[in-house]
Ligand binder design. Structure first.
Ligand SMILES: Nc1ncnc2c1ncn2[C@@H]1O[C@H](COP(=O)(O)OP(=O)(O)OP(=O)(O)O)[C@@H](O)[C@H]1O
Ligand SMILES: [Mg+2]
Length: 484
């Protein structure tokens, strides 16, 4: 149980400061059209690409056409390609077992196949037997972005519940409203053939009468609302929770606000409650902390060099200042709309500024940041998901978990940094992981505008031991070879 360890945030700081080596138990190494305004409302198309692109700007056109070519190539995809990847033992999508061999209930098997999944990914293959074991076992699991962690824990929850018991048995916490909605949708889709299993969303705006006890078996939500539902409104009896899932677990236990709320929920659970922690990243200090507070866990951990994915090609563009970054972004605009793109900014203010500038230039983009109401946020993400909007300017609120398979390009307009201005490698990995979902090809372009931001690129390269190439229009051939 998290118990006392979680009652003092000083513990986390202490855990963050100490430096103990990991133990090695059980490790497995494993055509532009309608878009929206900043409030998420649809706006009419204002300009065609020729209106804004500088005539005779041959270099940028060459760059753009190459990226377009690469991205189009990346979009060509059929079932056979996934199967080839899943047969490659070095791929995180590889598995030796079938879903049948994972002993899923027939109705869940039907749900999985109905979603178009043929074989489990490595994380699904490894984690499911641990999560379904009797007696229940705790698990801290790391797997690369886009490799199917959601399905893994969703199947565990759907297998775990007893529909005859009309109370909440599984809680799943996610750091953002959008991600909670997305996870719930996966659970509902997967559980399509389990009509007796009910799912509820503990998210802002979803209100119920005080004191009404939920009969829904699985509740997915954000920490603040879930805490209210457990304590203030008594919709959920935490003592009856037998499976507790933390998605994006590292941010849930390392970020002050999330941590405070999450720990207040944990402390109300019984010691027999099964704990399942998932993320693509666990900073060293967070691993140690997680291992200390989760009793006797199974561990699935990646080596640092395994964390980044080969299918996501990483570049940087050398700019002098913010204005040049903006110009470079405009030059890339044609690529952004080939499939879909997400542009990350450091602050809501910068995201608003960028959207305003892009709109002034006649480009159409959507924005999602914490400035919007929850209804607007839900509407923006749904339109982006359905492809009605091609370019989404956002902040870290969308850096984790969001799964939109058509996203082929991620742009870091601002590089991810921590409070001290140092590289935030974990956030970098999550942001670029919004592309390259389940083995697809993806591109990540980083805007560099100072020596400091070049240092950040270097820090990130060193962290993952992986080269980030200069997007150099004089070296088109090399870039092309990189994309294949
Ligand atoms: N076994 C499978 N076969 C085919 N597709 C799958 C399988 N499992 C998951 N997927 C698909 O892979 C995509 C990524 O899955 P998911 O969002 O769970 O990744 P994740 O590991 O949680 O990534 P992140 O770290 O970014 O949160 C989804 O579109 C999902 O439908
Ligand atoms: Mg996820």
């Amino acid at each position: 149980m998290f118990g006392d360890s979680w009652s003092h945030s000083a513990d986390l700081q202490e855990a963050a400061a100490s430096s103990i080596q990991f133990d090695k138990r059980d490790r497995v190494h494993g055509q532009r059209n309608t878009t929206g305004d900043i409030n998420g409302n649809l706006v009419p198309e204002k300009a065609r690409s020729g209106d804004w692109k500088g005539e005779g700007d041959k270099v940028n056109l060459a760059e753009e056409s190459l990226l377009n070519k690469m991205i189009r190539h990346a979009l060509v995809r059929n079932r056979n390609e996934v199967e080839v990847l899943q047969a490659d033992p070095t791929s995180p999508l590889y598995s030796v077992k079938t879903f049948e061999e994972l002993r899923l209930k027939p109705e869940l098997l039907k749900g999985v196949y109905n979603m178009g999944f043929n074989r489990p990914s490595r994380i699904q293959e490894c984690a499911l037997p641990m999560m379904l074991a009797q007696p229940p076992q705790n698990l801290i699991a790391q797997a690369q972005s886009g490799t199917g962690k959601t399905a893994a824990f969703s199947l565990a929850m759907l297998s775990h519940v007893n529909p005859a018991n009309k109370w909440t048995q599984c809680l799943c916490i996610s750091p953002t409203y959008e991600l909670a909605l997305q996870i719930g949708q996966v659970i509902e889709q997967m559980g399509k053939f389990c009509p007796d299993v009910k799912v509820q969303y503990a998210i802002r705006g979803n209100r119920m009468q005080r004191g009404v006890q939920l009969q829904d078996h699985i509740v997915i939500g954000t920490p603040g609302t879930l805490l209210d539902w457990c304590t203030k409104y008594k919709h959920i009896d935490p003592k009856k929770i037998t499976m507790f899932v933390l998605d994006e677990a590292d941010v849930m236990i390392a970020t002050q606000g999330h941590q405070d709320q999450s720990l207040r929920i944990y402390r109300q659970l019984t010691k027999d409650c099964q704990m399942l922690l998932f993320s693509a990243t666990f900073e060293d200090s967070v691993w140690r902390f997680a291992e200390r507070v989760v009793p006797d866990p199974n561990i699935i951990k990646l080596k640092r060099e395994e964390e980044t994915l080969d299918n996501i090609k990483q570049f940087y563009v050398d700019c002098k200042d913010k204005d040049e970054k903006f110009t470079a972004l405009c030059d890339l605009y044609g690529c952004l709309t080939v499939a879909q793109a997400m542009i990350f900014c450091h602050t809501r203010m910068m995201a608003s500024w960028l959207v305003e500038q892009l709109c002034k230039e006649g480009h159409q983009v959507a924005m999602l940041s914490g400035l919007l109401t929850v209804e607007q946020r839900a509407a923006v993400i749904e339109r982006f998901r359905s492809g009605k909007e091609k370019v989404l300017v956002t902040t870290n609120v969308c850096s984790r978990g969001i799964d939109v398979e058509q996203v082929s390009l991620v742009v870091n307009f601002d590089l991810p940094v921590d409070f001290d201005g140092n590289a935030d490698s974990e956030t970098y990995l999550h942001r670029i992981g919004r592309t390259g979902r389940f083995g697809r090809q993806g591109f990540a372009v980083n805007m560099v505008d100072s020596k400091h931001s070049m240092d950040i690129i270097n820090q990130i390269e060193m962290h993952f031991n992986r080269k980030i190439r200069k997007l150099d229009t004089h070296n088109l051939e090399e870039m092309e070879s990189l994309s294949t």
